[in-house]
Design a protein around this ligand. Structure first.
Ligand code: XUL
Ligand code: CO
Length: 439
């Protein structure tokens, strides 16, 4: 399949740290073999279609600033195809193996659900041909259940069952097209699944409806033989004041309460973690501890702003810590690193889209390498293991194995152990050690 070039930037090459070329990778060499596999397979980078190809730089104070030549034209479906061609050209040039989309990002919504589905079918056929021609795969698909005004009171948590039904029909189709495109995962981000005021909200019922919705999705995936991994993406607030999937911990509680834990893992987004008052690593560790780490939406917020700014993350220290947690957990499996990040309003050139992704990819590649050094070196792992060594044998092991109770421990303290000696947590030493690896 041959399409006309629409992006006047060459394919990005790996040139190493010595290069002065801003349009080159310094750390990310997709073909570099690590543990018998190319780096591209370890990191599984993905471009988010909604930001990279539907983002216009608009904000509540003004309309979009970013204009792309492929947006010219009156027929929405032809524009959607031209845009998709441009996107696949970009995916190849930036050398990502994956992309992600919402149903309504790729195809225009029609006047009826049937018309929307027909539009989607046309664009999905086009996307399938582009995937086959380029080898680029779908990391995950999802449904936009939050932009259309019908979803203003939520989708699965809408007080009106009619809206619930519409959302169900939309997700049914989104699952089918994700399957058609070989999607390795399917994401549920809780759009407007939350509330603005408890004065008009039955929280318990809404949560039960959300669970019913997810069960229906699990059942339907089974019925059509879709074997992608289901992912839930927590976010504490925005667009609603209180989102139900607040963070990973509340997500786990929700999934376990409703018998869904074995069907879903987590898609953890950096900026959502920090909005919830957590670090990125904290969310990764909580998911990993439950065996539910699925995938990453790679971005960052601004520490001075309290909303989801979805910026590209170039903070190697933060990413190194995240990578240590991911690698300790055994990696992301069929998940990946999806750049759910957008250009700033004034970054209007196509080169900016390249700089943004190059920066994000290089930062993750560097973090991956530093994290591997940290793990291989073992100092940090040994420090932590040693900190808990008192649980490895004796009464400590009995505590961990739940073989001992308050009575025996009381006797031990009173007859033998006495007062525990203070033991330093060595935080400052460890922070310095981390910097040794980073520089
Ligand atoms: C919104 C967000 C979404 C999801 C997909 O904050 O992160 O783009 O990743 O619906
Ligand atoms: Co996201």
């Amino acid at each position: 399949m041959k399409t006309r070039s629409q992006i006047p930037v060459p394919k990005i090459a790996f040139e190493g740290t010595g290069t002065a070329n801003p349009l080159a990778f310094r750390h990310y060499n997709p073909d570099e073999v690590v543990d018998g596999r190319p780096l591209s397979e370890h990191l599984r980078f993905s471009v988010a279609y909604w930001h990279a190809f539907r983002g216009t730089g608009g904000d509540p104070f003004g309309p979009g600033t970013i204009r792309r030549p492929w947006e010219e034209g009156r027929d929405a479906l032809s524009v959607a195809k031209k845009r998709l061609d441009a996107a696949f050209e970009f995916f190849q040039k930036i050398r990502v193996p994956f992309w992600c989309f919402h149903d309504r990002d790729i195809a225009p919504e029609g006047r009826t659900l049937a018309e929307s589905n027909r539009n989607l079918d046309q664009i999905v056929a086009h996307a399938k041909a582009l995937q086959q021609a380029t080898g680029i795969k779908l990391l995950w698909g999802t449904a936009n259940l939050f932009s259309n005004p019908r979803y203003m009171n939520g989708a699965a948590t809408n007080p009106d069952a009619h809206v619930f039904a519409y959302a169900a029909a939309q997700v049914k189709k989104a699952l089918e097209v994700t399957q058609e495109l070989g999607g390795e995962n399917y994401v549920f981000w809780g759009g407007r699944e939350g509330y603005e005021t408890l004065l008009n909200t039955d929280l318990k019922r809404e949560q039960a409806h959300l669970a019913a919705f997810l069960h229906m999705a699990v059942d339907y995936a089974k019925a059509i033989g879709f074997d992608g991994q289901f992912l839930i993406e927590p976010k504490p607030k925005e667009p609603t004041k209180h989102q139900y999937d607040f963070d990973v911990a509340s997500g786990i509680a929700f999934l376990r309460t409703h018998g869904l834990a074995k069907h879903l893992k987590f898609n953890i987004e950096t900026n959502h973690a920090t909005l919830a008052g957590h670090s990125f690593s904290h969310e990764i560790e909580v998911a990993a501890a439950a065996g539910m780490l699925g995938s990453i939406d790679a971005n960052t917020g601004d520490p001075l702003l309290g909303w989801d700014t979805d910026q590209f993350n170039t903070d190697v220290k933060e990413l190194t810590l995240a990578m240590v947690s991911i690698l300790k957990a055994g990696g992301l499996g069929r998940g990946g690193l999806n750049f759910d990040a957008k250009l700033r309003r004034a970054s209007v050139d196509i080169e900016d889209l390249f700089h943004a992704h190059i920066g994000g990819m290089d930062a993750y590649a560097l973090a991956f390498k530093v994290a591997r050094r940290i793990i291989a070196d073992g100092k940090l792992t040994r420090f932590v293991a040693d900190r808990y060594a008192s649980y490895d044998d004796g009464f400590g092991r009995d505590i961990a194995k739940r073989k001992i109770g308050f009575k025996e421990l009381d006797r031990l303290v009173q007859t033998k152990l006495g007062e525990p000696k203070p033991r330093s947590g060595r935080q400052e030493y460890l922070e310095n050690l981390l910097n040794d690896y980073l520089h």
